[in-house]
Design a protein. Structure first.
Length: 237
């Protein structure tokens, strides 16, 4: 298998610009990268459609780096094309589907989005996405990206996350190298879920980044990049 292309899959409610630091680090290490925006130009409301579009970006084997919503797409990629996946990096994400409570929260956010707009949705989400000590410029930059997404794209993403399938049963068969990264102050997905996911994956390693919330690559890019580039080097070896 040739050296994998690194496919970055971003978090909600952002776009691929959240990976700018990681792109620079990975390209400096000699990897080709792909950075699709989700849900894409047609705002398809299913993770299956997003995965199909990502697979059409290139014919290369893929090292998939997915955070939160991007992790949901990573599991769908494995479901559809396991032979294309050379490695996985899963950050602050979960394999399970939404609970009934989680689905209701998505519907509440959809209602807020349609009634009050993107700024209101961001104001609801921001405290859960970052640690209390997150750099203010990082939070401000993320807010700017979120406000540029528009109601249609964010509504499609919320629907896709709400309706995604449970991928827990896939974990024991994902027999490629996997790096699980967790921010220990994540208020969206508890660290215990990442620990359980790492135990279920046959070839996974768990790494914790202290003092960061749900968007660990934004809050602590140097530490995340170090873990990512080191892991990719192991995959290449």
């Amino acid at each position: 298998m040739s050296r994998p292309r690194v496919l970055f899959l971003h978090a909600f409610p952002l776009d691929c610009r959240m990976w700018s630091s990681q792109r620079e680090a990975v390209e400096a290490a000699g990897h080709a990268v792909s950075l699709p925006d989700l849900p894409g130009p047609e705002a398809e409301p299913t993770v299956a459609a997003w995965a199909d579009r990502a697979l059409r970006l290139s014919e290369d084997p893929l090292a998939v780096v997915g955070i939160s919503m991007g992790g949901y797409v990573a599991f769908e990629l494995w479901r559809r094309a396991p032979d294309r996946i050379a490695a996985l990096v899963l950050c602050n994400t979960r394999a399970g589907a939404d609970t009934d409570e989680g689905r209701q929260a998505r519907n509440d956010n959809l209602r807020l989005l349609h009634e009050d707009g993107v700024p209101a949705l961001w104001e609801r989400m921001e405290p859960k996405l970052f640690s209390r000590n997150a750099p203010r410029d990082v939070v401000s930059d993320a807010r700017e990206i979120a406000l540029e997404q528009g109601t249609t794209r964010l509504a499609a993403a919320l629907a896709a996350m709400r309706d995604r399938p449970d991928s827990t049963e896939l974990l024991p068969e994902i027999d490629v190298p996997a790096l699980i990264v967790v921010g220990d102050e994540d208020e969206v997905i508890p660290a215990s879920e990442s620990e359980a996911m790492a135990q279920a994956l046959p070839r996974a390693r768990l790494e914790r980044i202290s003092g960061v919330g749900h968007l660990a690559p934004l809050e602590r890019p140097d530490e995340f990049n170090r873990l990512l580039v080191s892991f990719l080097g192991e995959v290449d070896g």
